[in-house]
Design a protein around this ligand. Structure first.
Ligand code: SF4
Ligand SMILES: [Zn+2]
Ligand SMILES: [Zn+2]
Length: 312
């Protein structure tokens, strides 16, 4: 049986040949997250973690909370959950997160699609009619919009997202496949703009493989609901996920190499010379929120789907 350096059975096999037991996996995850926090968080920051009650954001929230508690002057920290209204899925992760936040004494704000848009995602999907727009496009656009507004109104100066290495690889491939290089130019560990309305987004898990977080989640959060979003498999992201996983099997380390090359070489070039495909942020003519086009994606979708203006 494969062993960790401490002699215990290995539960995680990293792409670089690293074999770790559960404790050393957690230690490694914490060291990765703590190093990112140390690098990007300022003592004047106020933190909001976008939490869903899933394995990734729960691990991030717990590590940020622990890191913060170890500080001489802990920073304001809160969690934000956007409840899209996905039956059989979100109600379970929401319940888990509510208990988790109560136990750790972390203030939690819950915002629902139903209250903010007048309709939950399940109803929107039934009413979508002939529109070709996918569930994840709708869900992602509204969630980003609401997260930014809620975090800003809570006074947060950094919005922490639990996007892991696999998420980032999928996003990068999706942006390239759909010719959306402008979007790719705004990604990175820390996305900042001079616009006061946009809360800088920070992704401390950007180099952490999903597999590591899955094993960590299984070992540390046994009551975490083991459910998949019912809309996941109809998304382009899912196709990219299958493709990236296949490449990772054929060429171990492919995902990390891709993201490292992107962050080191491609992103700085894109940021220096913003591409024509929506690289700059402006104010949406409709709602006044940050947008990469005259009308933001949320307002475009809202009009197509006949929804009311979001109020956070
Ligand atoms: S898989 Fe798609 S629909 Fe489901 S929560 Fe994620 S973005 Fe939303
Ligand atoms: Zn060990
Ligand atoms: Zn708008």
């Amino acid at each position: 049986m494969d062993e960790c350096r401490c002699g215990r059975p290995a539960v995680y096999h990293g792409s670089g040949g690293r074999l770790t037991c559960g404790d050393h996996l957690s230690e490694w995850l914490r060291s990765q997250v703590f190093a990112e926090l140390k690098k990007f968080i300022k003592s004047s920051d106020s933190l909001a973690v976008a939490a869903s009650g899933g394995k990734d954001s729960t691990a991030l929230l717990e590590m940020v909370h622990d890191w913060n508690c170890e500080r001489n002057n802990p920073l304001p920290l809160k969690a934000i959950l956007i409840d899209e209204g996905i039956t059989g899925y979100r109600e379970f992760t929401r319940k888990f997160l509510e208990k988790f936040c109560e136990f750790h004494d972390i203030p939690l704000t819950v915002v629902t699609f139903r209250e903010s848009l007048g309709s939950n995602l399940d109803s929107i999907m039934k009413r979508r009619k002939d529109s070709q727009v996918s569930s994840c496009t709708i869900c992602g656009a509204f969630r980003r919009y609401l997260l930014n507004r809620v975090a800003r109104e809570a006074g947060a100066t950094k919005l922490l997202l639990a996007h892991n290495l696999d998420d980032e690889v999928q996003t990068l491939l999706m942006n390239l496949f759909t010719g959306n290089v402008g979007q790719a130019g705004r990604k990175g560990e820390l996305s900042e703009t001079p616009d006061d309305l946009f809360v800088p987004r920070f992704k401390p898990l950007i180099r952490v493989p999903e597999k590591a977080l899955t094993i960590h989640g299984l070992l540390h959060y046994p009551s975490l609901p083991d459910r998949e979003c019912p809309y996941l498999r109809e998304s382009l992201r899912y196709e990219m996920r299958l493709m990236a996983n296949e490449y990772e099997t054929l060429h171990p380390g492919f995902k990390l190499k891709l993201i490292n090359t992107y962050l080191r070489d491609i992103l700085p070039a894109l940021q220096k010379t913003p591409p024509k495909s929506g690289g700059n942020l402006q104010k949406c003519e409709c709602c006044g929120e940050p947008a990469s086009q005259l009308i933001c994606k949320t307002c475009q979708l809202r009009q197509t789907l006949g929804l009311k203006a979001p109020d956070a």
